[in-house]
Design a protein around this ligand. Structure first.
Ligand SMILES: Nc1ncnc2c1ncn2[C@@H]1O[C@H](COP(=O)(O)OP(=O)(O)OP(=O)(O)O)[C@@H](O)[C@H]1O
Length: 232
């Protein structure tokens, strides 16, 4: 579905990605984990076309993404829930959702009504401006906005950061049901235990490359890895 091969990139004079390699099969959920500053968000920005790749390839269902602009990547079916929940604060919940809406390609696609059914809290607050929502509600809105683009691949960068445990559980439940519907998911997150039941595979990122990958069970059995690469 998605293949990232030997990807290099960075900002101006500083190289951050030194040959990222990973895959997400159709309908799989995979993680990028690792300590701060190791290149996870930079990988996401490069995948989305927000930063140019300097080398390597990103291929989505046979299409090379590496040279495409962000709007073209989004149109091919990659939906991003960015770090820091960037919703439009002055717009209402409804306006935020309609701003990214794309006509569903099938009857099963995401519509305004379906997103509000997934997140009933947003239905109650549909006319409220986004900046007055709680952190958890803004995160639900950020996920809802990404779903309104009817993605094939959903990428979540620290989607549960700073949220209360109960709200985090709601978000994981939502991601599990999206996966059951066949969506492919990439998550960057620090909650290893909570994400385990969603994920098929973890990828540990260290200094701009994947240094280990395996199932959540395999990671659980390797406390040395968690200590060395995740600082746990
Ligand atoms: N806009 C930028 N300009 C220059 N350097 C940047 C920029 N954004 C990030 N970096 C640097 O790139 C490196 C990787 O950052 P990145 O955000 O990809 O890490 P990360 O693994 O996602 O960590 P975190 O969990 O802290 O977000 C860091 O050294 C960071 O300081």
């Amino acid at each position: 579905m998605l293949t990232v091969e030997a990807l290099t990139g960075g900002y101006g004079g500083s190289q951050v990605l030194f040959g990222m390699d990973f895959e997400a099969g159709a309908g799989q959920a995979v993680s990028l984990i690792g300590r701060n500053g190791m290149g996870k968000t930079t990988t996401v920005r490069t995948l989305m076309g927000m930063l140019p790749a300097r080398g390597g390839r990103i291929v989505l269902q046979g299409t090379l993404l590496t040279t495409l602009a962000p709007h073209a990547v989004a149109r091919l079916g990659v939906g991003l829930v960015p770090e820091g929940r960037r919703v439009f604060g002055s717009l209402s919940v409804e306006e935020n959702l309609l701003a990214t809406a794309r006509r569903p390609s099938s009857a099963k696609g995401w519509t305004f009504d379906r997103v509000l059914t997934l997140f009933p809290r947003l239905r109650e607050r549909r006319r409220q401006s986004a900046r007055t929502l709680s952190g958890g509600e803004q995160q639900m809105l950020a996920i809802g906005r990404a779903l309104m683009t009817n993605p094939l691949l959903l990428v979540l960068d620290e989607a549960t950061e700073g949220l209360a445990p109960l709200i985090r559980h709601e978000i994981w439940d939502c991601l599990r049901s999206l996966k059951q519907e066949g969506l492919t998911i990439i998550v960057i997150d620090k909650n290893l235990t909570e994400m385990a039941s969603l994920l098929d595979r973890h990828h540990i990122v260290e200094k701009g490359r994947v240094v280990w990958s395996g199932t959540p069970d395999e990671l659980r059995a390797r406390s040395d890895l968690a200590h060395r690469y995740l600082g746990i």
